[in-house]
Design a protein around this ligand. Structure first.
Ligand code: MN
Length: 734
């Protein structure tokens, strides 16, 4: 076990101003607090916090972080209290230890929801001070290193959680060494055989290639030095997990992997990076498609480096990373490398300079406030952890960072939820562009908005960010609910009127609890969805009402004709529907951009001018049928589903309605074109067209068109009939 002076020595090596007595006090305090507690391995428990602190000294962290690491298990596992820690070590360290205690309580459960909830709590704890995350990662690393002592049945869960959450978090924070070690330790637990096989092949390769790494190192080193560039060249073998990922990703065998070795060239100045790159590229052939310049365009977590692959000494493909030492520190230690968190006693929150990694963390935490479900949260946080980003800008130059494949819709929601909800169009780099297009690095995006919009539900499956998805889901849920509530309200009003009463919302409000609902809107929505009968609502308001009169319920009111063939028709009667809908109680029907959940009869549609009825389907809303539709027979036994509806057409803003026609045309060149032309000239909109059967002489076409009303339709039908190529035209259900 590391001695007290050894710990102090490790810290002093990178931080000469360390507060030795503070470290000493923490060492003694934690050791005493844990007393004779033992780890599963049989070691004294105190060895664990000490190891965690040691890991953090490798990251060169400040005193408060080291002390918090020593104390991180004391509140939870010993008699120590927050008050006492505050008193002895100050409130800042007290807060860190408490943050770690909160996370420690997170129960490890394999269930996805629980894992998501854990991540949520973890990120919330980090929100106050990112150093909590650094200690937590070190804690997890030490627990993974000693995983063999954990009970067998818990090991896989711990390893899976590490692979899912902690390793990507470490990577996202730019701590690549830590990420790789966490990945390897998890991989070894979860796929022991795969791990072993890769390790033994690496071993065999090493024996076969002998001093290859050293030879390439030397050759690279000499080549760069010959040009007067001071550089340190380091070669290394990739880790088993990263090799396995590559094999999996590219479905290739180990033997085909060409870049098992990676080399780094570390130089002093940024110019030297490009100079060294020039040397490498003139000396060895470049493998196309592998060059990346993260110096001019850094990754989101501040990672900067040049990547390239060349066919190097011994015809071996060699992967190269070229960067300055400073860039290297950030690449290795990430967020921990920022001076911000070092030697700044009393500074818990970040100052003016905020690293990208920290900004990402903050954004992720903001997502929590969006209130999406834990599963959703995990889903997109995981996605965001793994995926690359695109950098886009607002017209005013504000940087908006989005995951790859993001659309202007994502952009709009990233700017503000209100902007997303009201988005109707976008301009990308000054050009009008569809909201569903894919954004690219450097795009300048302007969102065009309009008041009173609801995002289409279909957007949910198009967007790439969890924030947009959650907001769209919320907005569409609210809109659908409002639609059902609006529909339900009309149904209730109509039922009250039919019962011969005067509708009063106040009276209804008084009986909401009796209907086992919590609000008026709940009642309306339940009726609109068909979950509650309007008559039951009337009864709740007017208990003395005897219910619908018998003759009213079953009596035939409506009437119409079924057209069998041209010229022949069959009269029929409809139960429970008024012959003439009362404009005050009938539900108004508009076009496709409806304000109610309205559909039109699946075959044949319905257009203004038709006499129509509505059929209420629970959970779906109203389907509008022309009164002559044969499909209505199906609903004869269910009078409670029949609704009076009327057309409500805005003359100034005519809308199209769906109708289906069947055209039989002679087979001659251009007949289809002629039919399409007639419909087009008459301003009909062909929405769908199928050849339903084709004989030697005739073709039968079923055409869905959008028309304004019956007159419009009849005009089109007449025009079609006038064409010599057309042998017959019929409206389906007409
Ligand atoms: Mn611990």
């Amino acid at each position: 076990m590391m001695r007290q002076y050894e710990l102090v020595e490790r810290v002093r090596r990178y931080n000469p101003n360390t507060d030795e007595s503070l470290l000493d006090r923490a060492y003694v305090y934690a050791m005493r607090a844990h007393g004779t507690q033992k780890r599963a391995s049989g070691d004294p428990y105190f060895s664990h916090p000490l190891e965690v602190a040691a890991i953090l000294t490798d990251l060169k962290l400040d005193d408060a972080t080291i002390v918090a690491a020593l104390l991180h298990d004391t509140i939870e596992d010993t008699d120590a209290t927050r008050d006492e820690i505050d008193r002895i070590f100050g409130a800042q360290i007290g807060a860190l230890v408490e943050g770690l205690t909160k996370i420690k309580k997170l129960d490890l459960v394999s269930k996805q929801a629980k894992q998501a909830e854990n991540l949520r709590k973890l990120l919330l704890a980090i929100a106050d001070d990112v150093r909590v995350l650094l200690v937590k990662l070190a804690d997890r690393l030490h627990n993974m290193r000693t995983l063999k002592w954990v009970p067998e049945e818990k090991r896989n869960r711990v390893a899976q959680e590490t692979l899912d959450i902690y390793a990507p978090l470490a990577g996202r924070m730019g701590m690549h060494d830590m990420r790789e070690e966490l990945e390897d330790l998890s991989f070894r637990q979860l796929s022991a055989e795969a791990y072993e096989s890769i390790r033994s092949r690496l071993q065999a390769l090493k024996e076969h290639n002998g001093e290859l790494v050293a030879a390439i190192e030397r050759e690279l080193s000499d080549a760069v030095a010959n040009r007067g560039i001071g550089a340190l060249v380091k070669g290394r073998e990739k880790r088993p997990y990263s090799i396995w990922r590559k094999m999996e990703l590219k479905s290739i065998a180990f033997e085909q992997l060409s870049d098992i070795y990676g080399f780094r060239i570390l130089v002093d100045r940024m110019e030297d990076c490009y100079a060294a790159l020039g040397v490498v590229h003139t000396k060895w052939p470049l493998v196309p498609g592998r060059f990346k310049d993260y110096i001019s365009t850094p990754k989101q977590n501040d990672y900067r480096s040049i990547h390239t692959t060349v066919v190097g000494p011994g015809r071996q493909r060699v992967e190269l990373q070229i960067r300055t030492r400073e860039m290297h520190d950030i690449a290795e230690y990430g967020i921990a490398a920022h001076a911000l968190y070092k030697d700044a006693p009393g500074v818990a929150a970040p100052g003016n300079r905020e690293s990208n990694a920290y900004a990402w963390l903050r954004r992720t935490i903001e997502l929590l406030a969006e209130g999406s479900s834990p599963e959703e949260f995990l889903e997109h946080t995981k996605l965001e952890l793994f995926h690359d980003q695109v950098f886009c800008f607002t017209p005013k130059g504000r940087l908006i960072i989005l995951p790859r494949r993001a659309t202007p819709i994502d952009f709009a929601y990233a700017v503000h939820t209100g902007v997303g909800d009201r988005a109707v169009g976008s301009k990308v780099n000054g050009k009008v562009s569809p909201l569903v297009s894919e954004l690219h690095n450097g795009d300048e995006v302007e969102i065009i908005t309009a008041e009173g919009q609801t995002p289409p539900a279909a957007w949910e499956s198009i967007v790439a960010t969890g924030k947009a998805r959650a907001a769209i889901r919320r907005a569409t849920r609210a809109a659908v609910r409002a639609q059902y509530a609006g529909l339900g309200k009309r149904i209730v009003e109509r039922a009250v009127a039919r019962a011969g009463k005067v509708f009063s919302e106040e009276r209804l409000a008084g009986v909401v609890p009796r209907l086992a609902r919590t609000s008026l809107d709940d009642v309306y929505a339940a009726v609109g969805r068909g979950e509650m009968r309007a008559d039951d609502v009337v009864k709740a308001i007017y208990p003395e009402w005897a219910g619908p009169r018998v003759e009213e319920r079953g009596a035939p009111h409506g009437e119409g004709w079924f057209e069998l063939e041209r010229g022949q028709s069959l009269k029929f009667k409809i139960p429970g529907i008024e012959s003439d809908p009362d404009p005050k109680t009938a539900i108004p029907i508009r076009g496709i951009n409806r304000e109610l959940p309205v559909h039109f009869a699946p075959n044949g549609g319905a257009v203004p001018g038709d006499r129509i009825v509505g059929i209420l389907t629970p959970g779906e809303g109203i389907t509008v049928y022309p009164i002559q539709s044969p499909a209505l027979q199906e609903f004869e036994e269910e009078p409670e589903r029949w609704l009076d509806v009327r057309w409500d057409v805005d003359e100034d803003d005519p809308q199209r309605f769906p109708v289906q026609i069947v055209v039989v045309a002679t087979n001659e060149p251009g007949s289809l074109a002629q039919i399409a032309q007639v419909i087009g000239e008459r301003d009909g909109n062909i929405e769908n067209l199928r050849m339903s059967s084709r004989s030697a002489d005739f073709t039968r076409m079923v055409i869905d068109i959008g028309v304004y009303d019956l007159r419009h339709l009849n005009g089109i039908l007449a025009d079609l009939r006038a064409r010599p190529v057309v042998s017959s035209v019929e409206r389906v259900n007409g």
